[in-house]
Design a protein around this ligand. Structure first.
Ligand SMILES: Cc1cc2nc3c(=O)[nH]c(=O)nc-3n(C[C@H](O)[C@H](O)[C@H](O)COP(=O)(O)OP(=O)(O)OC[C@H]3O[C@@H](n4cnc5c(N)ncnc54)[C@H](O)[C@@H]3O)c2cc1C
Length: 505
């Protein structure tokens, strides 16, 4: 029997996606395959992508990266959730906090008891009073483990992700990958060598008549999709009718205050603005739709809403929201921006690199490249994209805003059937179902639905099984635990070892 194993993996692109791929494949495959990464410093990377979701901790843990060392190396801070300001209506704010809000009672989710008690007038209107994450975020606090004495014996651990400097993260991963044998090739790819019959790639060719041959190619070349689109014409599904954002101005600014442990997203007239606090600077960006505003107005809005002094000239990035029809085509697998982009609202893009890599490992081919592997990869990838798309569209659809043409159009838009069904079910009954593979689980859907003003007309009938006074006492206890947890934690600045915490101390 001949050995048909993949021996040479070529990664094209050295942005976050490229170096995440290199690090993970080197860790998972060890010396079983030779891995090379080709990148061009002259072309550069997209250079943004500074907010993550908690799953990134699993990625780092798989690599064996120490979390404190990671935070130091990337000038990182803690992210406990995202605060959405002015999304439902001007002046309104809510949090999509990571982790649970309250706890289920028996088989019935927490929010049903809250809805019932709220209807009876015995519960706070503030759903997030039961989220230790949201309370800690608002108070600017963070610690990995709440001190047990402050809990009255009941601990409520937080759920966290990170803000980090994307370029520094790529550098950190590059050091890791190169130490594990990944070869870095500097140079601009100018062509590909394909098998004339099958279309499979044999090599990429570089300026200066260089050639890099491989068995499996990972396309991390960014929006252009050098291999997956320019060479293999895999097609792109355009989702701008639901997600019309197509541009972003990004600019770093000086920290004006101690970094808060959450991302902020302000709705603007034709888009939204992010503020991401890092240790050495703040990342800012204005994501907008060029169909509803022009780039000069958009950059003025961004610059008028910085907290600290700008540290560079603003940079314009343009994109088309959607997904590559086939992320795996022949012997090319696209990851990162080469496989699609749905805008950065819920920080899902870097996660999609991670989940794509997990999927690739699960479906890892040999040189025979059985097409059923690619089919399954593409089927799962499409499902994942569609579910995330629906979650993002929800933020725009469920709004009371009609004060600008953009928001009026979002409120009036027809949404995908899958999303329309979810909203209708929640609005009528408070029920939310998220399959196991859903990235955003019940707690995330409930927070954004409530935050965007979708208040169910009824709670689950099972709430009637427990006496009202018992429910009220239980709700009070849970709120106290969440509040005590948040109050017991050190400040985020102290956790990071920042000078202002030492001054305050
Ligand atoms: C405005 C904006 C905000 C974002 N915010 C977030 C966020 O908060 N959270 C999040 O998870 N994601 C975010 N993202 C997405 C995130 O930035 C990307 O998912 C991530 O950086 C991965 O990018 P990439 O590596 O796929 O592409 P890139 O960074 O574009 O890298 C492409 C690489 O390919 C190389 N290359 C291209 N052509 C050639 C060639 N011909 N020869 C050799 N090399 C070549 C380039 O040199 C580069 O190294 C954001 C994206 C945008 C646009």
């Amino acid at each position: 029997m001949t050995d048909n194993r993949i021996e040479r993996i070529i990664i094209v692109g050295g942005g976050t996606a490229g170096w995440m791929s290199a690090a993970l494949l080197a860790r998972a495959l060890g010396p079983a395959a030779a891995i090379s990464l080709v990148e061009s410093e002259a072309i550069g990377t997209v250079g943004v992508g500074e907010a993550s979701i908690p799953q990134l901790r699993n990625f780092n843990a798989f690599l064996g990266l120490d979390e404190d060392a990671f935070l130091r190396a990337t000038e990182g801070t803690i992210k406990l959730g995202i605060e959405f300001v002015d999304w439902l209506a001007p002046g309104h704010r809510y949090m999509h906090a990571f982790g649970p809000v309250g706890r289920p009672l028996g088989t019935t989710a927490f929010h049903h008891y809250w809805l019932d008690a709220r209807r009876r007038g015995t519960a706070s209107e503030d759903f997030w009073a039961w989220s230790a994450n949201a309370l800690a975020a608002r108070a600017g606090r963070f610690g990995r483990t709440p001190p047990p004495q402050a809990q009255g014996g009941v601990a409520e651990p937080l759920t966290w992700a990170f803000h980090f400097d994307a370029a520094l993260y790529a550098r950190h991963l590059r050091t890791y990958a190169q130490a594990r044998g990944v070869a870095r090739v500097e140079g601009r790819i100018v062509g590909v060598d394909q098998n004339g019959e099958t279309g499979f790639l044999r090599a990429v060719t570089l300026e200066g008549d260089r050639r890099v041959e491989g068995d499996l190619f990972i396309d991390c070349s960014g929006f252009r999709g050098l291999l997956i689109e320019e060479a293999l014409k895999s097609g792109y599904e355009d989702w701008r009718k639901w997600l019309p954002m197509d541009s972003a101005w990004a600019v770093p600014s000086r920290d004006a205050a101690a970094p808060v442990p959450y991302t902020r997203a302000w709705a603007r007239d034709a888009g939204w603005q992010w503020r991401i606090p890092l240790q050495h600077r703040t990342g800012n960006g204005h994501v907008f739709s060029s169909a509803w505003t022009d780039k000069d107005a958009a950059v003025r809005t961004l610059m008028a809403n910085l907290e600290g002094e700008a540290l560079a000239e603003p940079r314009l990035l343009t994109f088309v929201t959607g997904r590559r029809r086939k992320s795996w085509n022949r012997n090319v697998v696209a990851l990162g921006l080469a496989s699609g982009f749905m805008e950065p609202l819920e920080s899902t893009s870097i996660h999609l690199v991670q989940s794509g890599l997990a999927r690739l490992l699960a479906l890892f081919p040999d040189k025979g490249f059985d097409p059923v592997l690619a089919d399954e990869f593409n089927r799962q990838t499409e499902e994942e994209y569609v579910r995330i798309r629906d979650f993002l569209v929800l933020h725009y659809k469920a709004t009371q805003r009609e004060d600008t043409p953009f928001w009026a159009s979002r409120k009036a838009m027809e949404v995908p059937e899958t999303l329309a069904a979810r909203i209708a079910l929640f609005a009528a009954t408070g029920r939310v179902f998220s399959p196991d593979e859903d990235l955003f689980k019940e707690s995330s859907w409930v927070q954004v639905l409530l935050g965007q003003g979708v208040i169910p007309r009824a709670a689950h009938p099972m709430t009637a099984v427990v006496a009202d006074d018992q429910v009220d006492g239980w709700l009070d206890d849970l709120a106290r635990i969440a509040a005590r947890t948040a109050a017991s934690l050190p400040s985020h600045a102290a956790f990071l070892g920042r000078p202002e915490a030492r001054l305050a101390g």
